[in-house]
Design a binder for this molecule. Structure first.
Ligand code: IMP
Length: 425
């Protein structure tokens, strides 16, 4: 029996969907524990491509359970759209999905407030949010003014939501913004609640009972370490704990029930939205990474910023997550480069920094200190064992693992399920 937490080690979009899909084969239950439908996990199975936002990728397997736990903020409309979309693709949902009664609800007004907050920020302070209402929904949770999925089961749901809408409308009016139609929103939410109700349960009890019964759990992180509300490049972060600790508070499964942590890390770096990114490339190499890596956001379609691998980020992610293994992805994207750079430390005003600074302005002023590695200029996507890789590719991967201090568990060299080399796990 083993319970695994899988998290992104960079700024999200590391290819977690695919790694989770592969590891799901070894698990009974896949659990989302933070974030919301700001996430976009792409999974390719044969000729089919699925992009999942809220529902764990475990849903693509008929014999696995999927859980949206208490740490996730749930947009009822987004959830129902996703359920309907999967059903249209003949993916069975009934009996395979559980949603926590403690999960906060993302209402349409949270999206309005998200857009309002973003438009009120000066250009330099913009976060570049996904506009899914994530920040305002978590704000409501923390300020104890939110509503939760379990509220759909209450007899006074309409009354409770009505009072909430009144409060939000007063706020919107104060800011000179258009208010929301209370009756229409209550009507829509009651209709969505009817669809969601059968899936609601106390997922903490469900998960801990499953552990007692010897089931294997896979915790599916969304976003990445550098977007963590505490450890990311604050304030250019998302509003949840994207790091491994979030799996326990976000699910009610205690830390001593977690057996291993796998960090998903790309062989280079990308970032969507605003904020510091020391190894970002503005040249032909960056354009090559974006083109070959198809670096466009799965949720918003925005082009991702691309850059070389950053070992300061890697070491930091290894520490805060307690990563036992890396699942390294998209190595094949580097196939055409003659030389490849790796950032080993930062230069901050002439001072060498080995550790991640806490201040985003300091990080913005950091210049990467690079070492250069020879490329392999050989296609790798058809390769199925680590040994078959060109020597320079092996050396590159081994070097990244060595300077970040984490063992290689999985190597992904293409988008399909088959292009995954299981090295140590
Ligand atoms: P929010 O989560 O929509 O509030 O956005 C906050 C920041 O996190 C923005 O820079 C987004 O681009 C980024 N972000 C949120 N979700 C993801 C994701 O799944 N992948 C990559 N970046 C994300």
């Amino acid at each position: 029996m083993s319970n695994t937490v899988l998290v992104g080690a960079q700024w999200g979009d590391e290819g977690k969907g695919k790694v989770i899909d592969v590891l799901t084969a070894d698990s009974d239950i896949v659990v989302r524990f933070q974030g919301g439908n700001n996430a976009g996990h792409t999974v390719k199975t044969g000729n089919e491509k699925y992009v999942l936002h809220l529902i764990p990728s475990g849903i693509l397997h008929d014999d696995k359970m999927s859980v949206i736990a208490n740490g996730v903020v749930v947009d009822p409309q987004g959830l129902v759209d996703e359920i309907r979309g999967l059903e249209k693709d003949n993916i069975k949902i009934e009996g395979k999905l559980r949603i926590s009664d403690r999960a906060p609800i993302v209402f349409p007004f949270h999206k309005i407030l998200d857009a309002k907050a973003e438009s009120g920020r000066s250009y330099a302070q913009k976060i570049g949010t996904t506009q899914r209402g994530i920040g305002p929904a978590y704000s409501d949770k923390v300020s104890r003014e939110g509503m939760r999925i379990g509220d759909f089961l209450l007899t006074n749901f309409e009354e409770k939501l009505g009072a909430k809408i009144d409060a939000v409308n007063a706020q919107l009016a104060f800011f000179g913004k258009e208010t929301v139609d209370k009756d229409a929103m209550i009507r829509d939410m009651v209709a969505l609640g009817k669809i969601i109700k059968p899936y609601i349960c106390d997922t903490q009890v469900y998960l801990n009972d499953a552990i007692k019964a010897g089931k294997d759990l896979l915790f599916e992180g969304a976003q990445g370490t550098m977007l963590d509300i505490d450890f990311g490049t604050y304030p250019y972060v998302t509003s949840s704990n994207t790091t491994a600790g979030g799996a326990t508070t976000g699910s009610g499964v205690a830390p001593n029930k977690i057996d291993r942590v796998i960090g998903v890390i790309k062989a280079y770096t990308t970032r969507v939205g605003e904020g510091p990114f020391p190894t970002e490339l503005f040249d032909e190499d960056g354009a090559t990474l974006a083109r070959i890596g198809h670096e466009f956001g799965a949720t918003t379609g925005r082009p991702r910023r691309c850059g070389w691998f950053d070992a300061v980020v890697g070491r930091y992610a290894a520490a805060v997550n307690g990563a036992d293994y890396w699942a390294m992805t998209k190595l094949d994207v580097m196939d055409t480069f003659k030389t490849i750079k790796v950032c080993v430390a930062y230069d901050y005003n002439g001072k060498r920094l080995e550790n991640m600074p806490s201040d985003a302005d300091v990080l913005s002023a950091c210049k990467p200190i690079y070492v250069e590695k020879p490329g392999w200029q050989t296609p790798t996507t058809e390769i199925t064992t680590f040994e078959e890789l060109p020597q320079n590719a092996k050396d590159y991967v081994n070097y990244l693992c060595e300077i970040t201090g984490v063992e290689l568990g999985i190597l992904s060299i293409g988008p399909k399920r088959e292009s995954t080399v299981r090295v140590a796990i």
